[in-house]
Design a protein around this ligand. Structure first.
Ligand code: C2E
Ligand code: CA
Ligand code: CA
Length: 760
């Protein structure tokens, strides 16, 4: 027996040593606790080997010490390993310290046994007539057992707890070790109480050591992967169905069951239902896919179906699986995105880009039909927003979109081009101009207690060549539209080639302006201004273009073009400079007359008007009072406060400011209240020209009275007859301008004219 056990123990020592070494080399985090545990098993086995193999008492006694101290080491290592293996944490660090403290105390009391003899002694017995030194336990030994057992018990509890907590797949890795520990503990207990001289429980501990080694470092639970895959397949949002070789459905995942409305494991029923829902599904082909729609309208659901044949490792078909993906949400969000990309969200009609695309398609699709492009523009929409608020503005735009939509055939396409502009493409015969004019003359938007007559203009371009760029078609329709000027009784204008010719003209003269100024094609013409005694006291400088190709051009042919594109700045700068040159010359000749110059509202956008004019008078040494500034009330339309301060600045610097074309706008009288002007220039043309018209006369008389009361000087322009002149003199007007005296003329002519008059 001695030999057998010695051999077993020796084998265990070597193998556990190898296990400890392998665990030590392992890169796993559990490697260290396993190394410690494997190594901790060696000393008590060595101790037991000494007890059993030795016939000498000292060796046996030494074996006993090694055994007891080794058991403490095992408990420490086992505990550490258990925490790591079961992925547990100490409930409280105090508990940890208590256990460690108990182990240390126990080890010390065992080491003190040679002195006090309180723990154990060894008695010699004979087995098979061979002497063996068996252990005789005392109180210290009992303490040692209590410590080790309680730790051992804790370890078992942790394992039991872990088994309860963990998934079924992992139970085995804990259960095997737990069972081997329970068995070892039981054997140990039996040995202790039966006082068998050889501690067979060491075999148990050895087995625990091997199991720990294997389960911690090498074991992978069987079926873990399968069960993981099954659970993934079960939970994925796509519906999955597995069919066997005979086409019978043998499994469906959660989504599959939900889709077919089957709650238990009646997979065959799942299969049937899926065929009922989708009709043909080809599970024979190696790969098959199809898109299907179930239901219609908003309730429609979109699916993509795919089947794949499954083979075993030898390539033989084992079955087919069907994957059904519900595309409805994707389809819906795709539809939403498409809608957003192609529609105007406020009005729900097409946006500009999509409208252009659709117009192109419509024209190509109906090559024999004649269409027209309509540019719809809301006039003064900014004012609608400012006065009634943006909510009302939005409502108005929706009303216009609704109006556009109403009464049109399916061949008509329409959309919103930008803020307050819309576009349409309609068959010519559908475009009923008379009806539209009527509707537009009375287009009222109502919202709650608010209502507003919205002024809408339409520019119409008839499509001649369907290959023309849609942008160009709209440009032409817009061109037609922009030729409607403040006309409240005309809402629709059709594009004609004259308009195009005008655009070409505009572009041509714009390109030529700069050179024309340099080459002296532009000239200041002067129109005399007389006082109530008929004496010429000054003049208005009016521009003329002596064009090398087109001859004499009056300002009406180019001023509006340049006012529109801002190039008026160049003309005005030239005219102001010319006026200063004339004044400077007159000054040197002792002629005391003023020159009025025009200032366009656009000038204020593009330059510092006051600085520019002040510099000029300074440069030419002209008195500011001789250069009169003519502005129209439209100057005040934008940023009135700033413009007022500019006018004030002019007056403070000694310039005389005249309000030109008084009576032509809407708010002149209102403006007069705040506008710092010296002279009011009343245009007779606005009064219908006829002085015998009683009403005009009354108006004139009252305006003149008003200017008198406000201490503003008055100038009437457009005096064409002596009668005009006389009546106005009688009404108290101070200054006069008009064809009655003279038409605008070149500077030299004007000078001659004045001399003649003065001589008279
Ligand atoms: P305006 O400033 O009101 O100039 C007066 C216009 O009335 C001039 O036309 C003048 O020739 C015309 N006129 C003068 N007396 C009579 C008359 O008895 N009967 C009639 N029917 N017309 C008369 P014109 O020179 O063709 O200028 C037209 C407009 O062009 C000017 O109106 C002014 O607004 C603008 N303009 C002319 N030159 C300049 C300029 O240098 N700069 C700017 N910004 N505008 C200019
Ligand atoms: Ca003027
Ligand atoms: Ca005028």
């Amino acid at each position: 027996m001695r030999v057998i056990f010695s051999f077993i123990f020796l084998t265990m020592i070597i193998t556990l040593g190898i296990c400890a070494f392998v665990a030590y080399r392992s890169k796993k985090s559990i490697g260290k606790p396993v190394t410690l545990l494997e190594a901790s098993l060696i000393p008590p086995i060595v101790g037991n080997l000494m007890i059993i193999a030795s016939t000498q008492k000292q060796v046996a006694v030494l074996g006993c010490y090694l055994y007891f101290l080794g058991m403490n080491l095992i408990m420490y290592a086992l505990l550490r390993y258990t925490f790591e293996y079961c992925m547990m944490k100490w409930v409280s660090p105090i508990l940890k310290y208590i256990i460690h403290f108990l182990l240390i105390i126990d080890s010390i009391q065992i080491l003190l046994n040679p002195i006090f003899g309180h723990a154990f002694k060894n008695e010699m017995i004979y087995i098979d007539s061979e002497p063996i030194y068996r252990l005789v336990p005392y109180a210290g030994q009992t303490f040692h057992r209590i410590v080790d057992y309680s730790i051992f018990l804790d370890i078992l509890i942790i394992f039991i707890f872990k088994i309860k907590q963990t998934s079924k797949v992992y139970v085995k890795r804990y259960m095997v070790i737990l069972m081997s520990m329970i068995a070892t503990g039981a054997v140990l207990t039996i040995i202790i109480f039966s006082r068998i001289p050889v501690d067979v429980s060491m075999l148990g501990f050895g087995i625990v050591g091997y199991l720990v080694f294997y389960f911690s470092l090498f074991y992978r639970p069987a079926g873990l992967l399968d069960s993981m895959l099954a659970s993934i397949a079960y939970d994925i949002p796509d519906a999955l169905f597995f069919f066997d070789l005979f086409g019978k459905c043998i499994w469906a995942n959660g989504s599959g069951k939900k889709m077919t409305g089957v709650h238990n494991n009646e997979y065959e029923l799942c299969g049937k239902k899926i065929y009922e829902m989708f009709g043909t599904i080809d599970i024979e082909k190696r790969e098959w896919s199809e898109k299907k729609v179930i239901g219609s309208g908003n309730a429609a659901r979109y699916y993509s179906l795919d089947t794949y044949v499954l083979d075993d490792e030898k390539g033989k078909k084992t079955g087919t699986y069907l994957n059904i993906h519900d595309n409805t949400d994707d389809q819906q969000s795709f539809k939403n995105e498409l809608y957003k990309a192609t529609h105007d969200l406020l009005t729900g009609i097409y946006n500009k880009e999509y409208l252009y695309e659709m117009i192109k398609k419509t024209l190509i699709k109906n090559p024999d039909e004649r269409f027209c492009i309509v540019f719809v523009d809301v006039k003064n929409f900014k004012i609608v927003n400012d006065i009634f608020g943006t909510d009302f503005g939005d409502h108005a735009l929706r009303c216009i979109a609704d109006w556009i939509k109403s009464d049109v055939s399916s061949k008509c396409v329409y959309g919103r081009l930008a803020g307050d502009t819309f576009g349409m493409c309609i068959p010519i015969e559908e475009f009923d101009e008379e009806r539209l004019e009527m509707e537009l003359s009375d287009f009222i938007v109502v919202s709650g207690s608010m209502e507003h007559h919205v002024l809408i203009h339409l520019g119409v371009y008839e499509v001649i060549d369907i290959n023309t760029d849609v942008t160009l078609m709209f440009d032409r329709a817009h061109l037609a539209l922009s030729s409607i000027k403040d006309e409240y009784n005309k809402h629709i204008v059709r594009y004609d080639d004259n308009m195009r010719a005008k655009v070409i003209w505009d572009q041509k003269i714009s390109a030529q302006l700069h050179e024309a100024i340099i080459e002296g094609q532009l000239q200041p013409y002067l129109q005399p201004i007389a006082d109530n005694s008929g004496k010429v006291v000054g003049c208005e400088a009016l521009v003329r273009w002596i064009h090398p190709e087109y001859g004499f051009l009056p300002p009406g042919n180019f001023i509006p073009v340049f006012e529109k594109n801002g190039m008026i700045v160049e003309i005005d700068r030239f005219m102001w400079k010319s006026a200063c040159e004339i004044l400077s010359k007159w000054k040197s000749e002792g002629i005391d007359m003023f020159v009025s110059v025009n200032i366009s509202p656009k000038d204020f956008y593009f330059m510092d008007v006051t600085a520019e004019i002040k510099n000029l008078v300074k440069r030419f040494g002209v008195s500011p009072s001789k250069l009169r500034i003519e502005i129209t009330e439209t100057v005040m339309m934008d940023d009135a406060e700033k413009r007022l301060s500019i006018l004030k600045e002019f007056r403070d610097d000694g310039f005389i400011v005249e309000m030109d074309d008084f009576g032509s706008g809407f708010s002149s009288l209102n403006m007069l209240k705040d506008m710092p002007v010296d002279v009011l220039k009343i245009d007779m043309n606005f009064l219908g020209k006829t002085t015998d018209d009683k009403r005009s006369q009354t108006i004139l008389r009252n305006i003149l009275k008003l200017t008198n009361d406000l201490e503003i000087a008055s100038l009437t322009e457009g005096i064409e007859t002596e009668e005009h002149y006389k009546i106005l003199v009688e009404m108290g007007c101070k200054l006069f301008q008009g064809y009655f005296f003279a038409k605008p003329m070149p500077v030299e002519e004007f000078e001659d004219y004045c001399n003649i008059r003065q001589v008279k």
